[in-house]
Write a protein that binds this ligand. Sequence first.
Ligand code: PMP
Length: 291
Amino acid sequence: MLKVYLDGEYVDADKAAISVYDHAVLYGDGVFEGIRAYDGILFRLEEHIKRLYDNANAIKLDIPLSMGEMSNIVVETVRVNQLRDAYIRLVVTRGKGDLGLDPRKCLKPTVFCIADKITLYPPEMYETGMKVIISSIRRNRGDSIDPQIKSLNYLNNILAKIEANNLGYPEAIFLNQEGYVVECTGDNIFIVKDGILITPPVEAGALVGITRKTAIEIAEEKGIKVQERLFTPYNLYTADECFLTGTAAEAIPVVEVDGRLIGDGKPGPVTKLILSGFKDVIKVKGTRVYE
Ligand code: PMP
């Protein structure tokens, strides 16, 4: 039985429960991180913790733990479960309040951490590439809930995922309100055109993805020119290559969008270079769980 960290204790996963009065349950009020461990090494743990605290600050949620204490919780949760490869979900909610939405009624944030496994897509999809759609649902505007905040309010993403499910596709791409491509329901997006790697600026409506940053670094190390700039569905349909990045999805090629083949319909050379670079960095850059 997996042990889950919940407010200072490690409890059996099937006993780990939070209050129905927790504002995460009532209102999706809180922040979270998805983190991976590869062979006993937590990939870019400090960056995930920093993003969690930045996002908590953005929604004015004061976490009653230091960043170091939070990092230790993640390390310990992986350790008590004796996992080497894991997907970790770290969540901080506004806490238990009353039925009104006033966050001042929530006296103490709830903190929990789950270390488990996740498989989003079949392994062959990483070789052959995935077919995706552009969602009819637009990414919510940054001046309502900024997509840079990894909050527990994921309904915008879930609605786009439902649309993809209904049409038989594994993932959907979001456009922002102006019609520019921004990201996917749970991943950032990259295209390649004439040898240049292009990804939308996060300010346009995307999460500041840690895998996105890793992909940019790998590209720069390999001498590939990278541009963070806006592009349209037309630019996507006519791109030479496309791939998605995310902690859970890792890096995965896209070979078809809305029935249009991307390039020749096979993962391209730049995509392959980034994917193989990603496999190299995940086992070295990180925090060791075990001595
Ligand atoms: N965009 C969204 C909406 C996401 O949920 C995620 C996954 N956290 C990402 C992008 C990718 O971010 P990261 O590489 O930090 O996991």
